[in-house]
Design a protein around this ligand. Sequence first.
Ligand SMILES: [Ca+2]
Length: 572
Amino acid sequence: MKFTKSLRRSLKVGTDRRAVRLINHNRPAQARLLASTRHSRRSGPTPTHHYVYLSSNGHQTIEIEGPTVSQPLLQLARNFKYYRVIASLFTLCFSFSATAAQKTDGTSRSPNILLIVSEDNGQELGCYGEPYVQTPILDQLASEGVLFKNAYVAQAGCSQSRASFLTGLYPHQNGQIGLATWKFRMYDRDTPNLVRSLKTVGYRTGIIGKLHVNPESAFPFVFKAIPSSNFSRKNQDNYATEAKRFMMAGEEPFFLSVNYPDAHRTFITQVDGLPEKPLTGDDVKPLAYFGIDNAELRQQTADYYNCMSRLDTLIGHLLKALEETGKADNTIIAYIGDHGADMLRGKRTSYEGGTRVPFIMTWPKHWKSDLLSTELVSLIDLTPTLLEAAGAKIIPNLPGRSLLPLLKGESKEWRRYLFTEFHIHSAHNYYPQRTVQDDQFKLIVNLMPGVTNPGYEFTNNRFFDNLNDTILFAGDPVKSAYLRMERPARYELYDLKEDPYEFTNLAANATHSKTLARLQKTLQTWREKTNDPLLNHENVLRLKEEVDACFKEDGTPDKTLLNLTYPEYFFE
Ligand SMILES: [Ca+2]
């Protein structure tokens, strides 16, 4: 109570143009008190506010944003022994039009948004037709909403994909072209994004699990819990527990991103009894896009499926928590994988196994149920979709499109071409690529053709034994596909209808020369339109030099030696 009284006093001192919120999941009573304070501040007619957040996430952190921070607030923070006070200067413009999410009477017709993100898995779910795996919860979710069959990430890497769907920009546009844990970062901390935009229309924003984008401060989530990657899968029931606490902590609409560790490596067979009946290698066949088969691949596939089943159960706990809040009827659920499986020809490649992901969206009574959409969609579409559904201002000049027409089942002209890209993951695997595909053909352009792709050895020899024998035994066209992946030519052209696993390169096939030329031209136009810095080949080479410079004499990269300056020269 002492804390509450002190804070109340501080609000009376020079904060007439500020709104203050405390989110502290250890003190829900205080969170409620301050939310109501914010309501009263927002009821005024002033369209522009200086906005101050005071938040504590249970990790002894306060974040304060505003043009000024009053001494009483700072003193308050010191009094309560918080470790860190971050003061940053923001002036946020609020529009209190009819579309604003928050009403002054505390009610809201704007939907809550629950964004569920899993790690390192493609469409290996029952509802996508995958044999052997058990995912009843996600299968049920798909039956209640729209399942996007042809959904793709912008780049098959963790930070790259996450920055992309949160900003609605391709990695080459926002700068997060490699892993945040390897110092790659967005060009600009002030890049507009989903979190900021939803906050401006009154959403409470929260994240459970990792963000994994640099700088984290670009995404000002107010509530944060379980900030680690948690690859050891500890205490996974806490995800649903924390989510419920956040969802119930206020009456305003919420945006909550819940990020699970499955199915990231290590593929752990069973954790805390999940899944109840793990599969073994004898129960399954390897994923079809491997094109090869041996006992190790079967065992890894089985454990990958075990991760997916565990994920499915945990998402079930989360959805049950949402039901218990009574808010499920007005909550949009989006479920996505951040990129494909960390397997052969998957994560860190531009092949379908890397870029194609599960994508399910539901909003009861608003969108179609049990609808299969076959349109080409990208996770860059997520930000414009959610902003439109929330009644928020759409960020200008985004390359993606709102999916609302597809979610409502309206027949509307849709995009003909979809684009993805690759740059780098950790320093081990720099190999820039650009891709374009239509409803049948896919073109991959390798920007360093004829050079060995270091990503090939990084994956194939790190996680698997004696793979070469298995590849040789498979014969063509699979053997050639692996050789091509290791040292590709400039162009790879695949007929995804005839050859969905991309084993046969048609780029040199005269029958397809017109298709090749059409896709080349389309890709070039897109690259120019999106201001692709790698159109300048000097940038391709300069970034390679920077990455190469962090390798030690023993041939391994050292993160501490990595000095990345590309945000400074990409657009010189
Ligand atoms: Ca990932």
